[in-house]
Design a protein around this ligand. Structure first.
Ligand SMILES: Nc1ncnc2c1ncn2[C@@H]1O[C@H](COP(=O)(O)OP(=O)(O)OP(=O)(O)O)[C@@H](O)[C@H]1O
Length: 300
């Protein structure tokens, strides 16, 4: 199983949303990290073959997905950023209908299997007690879970999830993480988010996008090791904070009595009393993208 992106590029008129992205993805969970506007949805929509690319190629097991057509769609599960649900359908009927559209277990002698498959997915996304309710009565989180359910239909070999945790409460987020992690050995999962904690413990590899370019790819520990020796903690007075914010990337500020306990990134010891800390993925995210968007440095 191999998904290859070769020089993927997307222009929306004169806006470059994706620029020359080349990657090879093998089975496991691939976290796609980047702030708003980095190009995550553009990349996922192109991989899902619902958005035309300006240049480049997507290959599934060495064959162009455009040539594979329906064969490709039969191995693909996709949760787009906004799912179009049929409001008047009951959740279970919607999933049954999606199985018809995707030609999943439609043979006459597979009726029992089809029912079991849909039931197990409804259970996976924790919608069992609401499966016979109409979608128009669903909350945002329930709609998101139903969207995830339709992506899981047919046990797709390639599962593309565009911000799957949007609208989910903390328990649902954890449940989703566990579900996807448990089923990732035999499939390629591409999971986009700008929330580091969604993927830091389950992603086997992470792709970092910035302004449409792929700026880093690797295992979480490989990526994080880039900051070895550059993360520090230090107690400062409140009036010093602005100066530190101007000079360094500040990862965290905690109030401790009259002082501020800060965590920051600096190439060398920022103060004689600063203590070195182990870098985390969140530190790396802030290093690349800054606290409110992009962290503009020559080193990136
Ligand atoms: N249809 C479009 N027409 C013009 N520009 C677009 C269009 N879709 C996206 N863009 C631009 O392309 C860039 C990448 O957008 P994209 O939605 O892929 O980013 P993203 O990383 O998914 O962001 P978010 O996390 O906000 O969804 C952004 O600058 C966006 O404004």
């Amino acid at each position: 199983m191999l998904l290859e992106l070769q020089g993927l590029t997307k222009h929306y008129h004169d806006k470059v949303a994706l620029e020359d992205v080349s990657l090879s993805l093998d089975p496991g969970i691939w976290g796609l990290l980047g702030p708003n506007g980095a190009g995550k949805s553009t990349m996922m929509n192109i991989i899902a073959d619902i958005l035309p690319r300006t240049r480049g190629e997507v290959l599934w097991n060495k064959e162009s997905v455009r040539k594979l057509g329906n064969k490709y769609r039969s191995i693909l599960g996709f949760l787009p950023q906004s799912v179009g649900l049929y409001e008047h359908f009951k959740a279970r009927d919607y999933l049954r209908y999606m199985c018809i559209l995707k030609d999943i277990l439609q043979e006459k002698n597979k009726k029992k299997e089809l029912k079991e498959h849909i039931d197990s997915i409804i259970d996976t996304v924790n919608l069992s007690s609401d499966a016979n309710r109409r979608i128009r009565t669903f909350s945002g989180g329930m709609r998101q879970r139903l969207g995830i359910a339709q992506a899981l239909l047919g046990d797709p070999k390639l599962l593309i999830l565009d911000e799957p945790t949007a609208g989910l409460d903390p328990q649902e987020r954890i449940r989703l993480r566990n579900t996807i992690a448990a089923s990732s050995a035999n499939r390629i999962v591409l999971w986009s988010t700008h929330i580091v904690s969604d993927i830091e413990n389950i992603a086997s590899k992470i792709i970092m996008l910035r302004k449409g370019k792929c700026i880093a790819v690797g295992t979480p520990s490989e990526l994080v090791s880039e900051l070895n020796g550059q993360v520090w903690t230090l107690d400062i007075f409140p009036e010093q904070l602005k100066d530190y914010q101007n000079r360094f990337t500040i990862c965290n500020i905690a109030l401790e009595g009259n002082t501020r306990h800060i965590r920051l990134i600096a190439a060398s010891k920022p103060h004689p009393e600063a203590l070195q800390a182990d870098p985390t993925l969140e530190d790396l995210y802030l290093f690349y993208y800054g606290e409110e968007g992009y962290h503009e440095t020559d080193s990136v």
